[in-house]
Design a protein around this ligand. Structure first.
Ligand SMILES: [Zn+2]
Ligand SMILES: [Zn+2]
Length: 171
């Protein structure tokens, strides 16, 4: 049996989930406005605009680097998708959509869940690219909104996983 693979898969899911939470928290700490215009430094929480905000410097050093968290999360999601498809078998995308993989005894992650996470992440990534380009307040607000949505998506799926046995209908 594939117990080891399944345990790894569960921990992959946990790291995606915690990465989404970290990203949400780090992004929330950033001031909406970056007057210096250095979007990358702002995302790393180290431009002069961030310096004036106590809550940022209070957060532990690199933990607030949104770009780093984003990169790690991107890699984690890619690994999760890769592991999923290796467990689900070499299926076509259409068949993949209906596939579910066991995370641990009786707990299944559906391909559609994974797809939702990937799409939510894409939207965060896209918003970040927008902010990098313009360094504008509405763009950063979009990054915050998209990060919130990604986190909510992860939490919703996780709640479904944990409440799987009651088979609640989705609203
Ligand atoms: Zn700035
Ligand atoms: Zn800043």
């Amino acid at each position: 049996m594939n117990n080891t693979v399944q345990i790894d898969f569960l921990s992959r899911w946990q790291s995606v989930r915690s990465g989404a939470t970290q990203l949400f928290q780090a992004v929330e700490l950033l001031p909406d406005e970056c007057e210096c215009g250095d979007a990358d430094a702002h995302l790393a929480g180290r431009c002069s605009c961030c310096g004036g905000h106590k809550q940022v410097s209070k957060a532990e050093g690199t933990g607030v680097n949104c770009a780093a968290i984003l990169d790690r999360l991107r890699a984690d999601i890619a690994t999760l998708v890769k592991d999923f498809s290796s467990l689900a078998g070499p299926l076509e995308m259409a068949a993949m959509a209906r596939q579910r993989v066991e995370l641990r005894r009786g707990v299944f992650l559906a391909a559609s869940d994974l797809e939702r996470i990937s799409e939510a992440f894409e939207r965060v990534d896209h918003a970040v690219m927008g902010f990098r380009r313009t360094c504008a307040v509405p763009e950063l607000k979009r990054v915050k909104l998209r990060s919130t949505e990604l986190r909510e998506q992860c939490e919703r799926i996780n709640a479904d996983l944990e409440g799987e046995k009651s088979e609640k209908p989705q609203d």
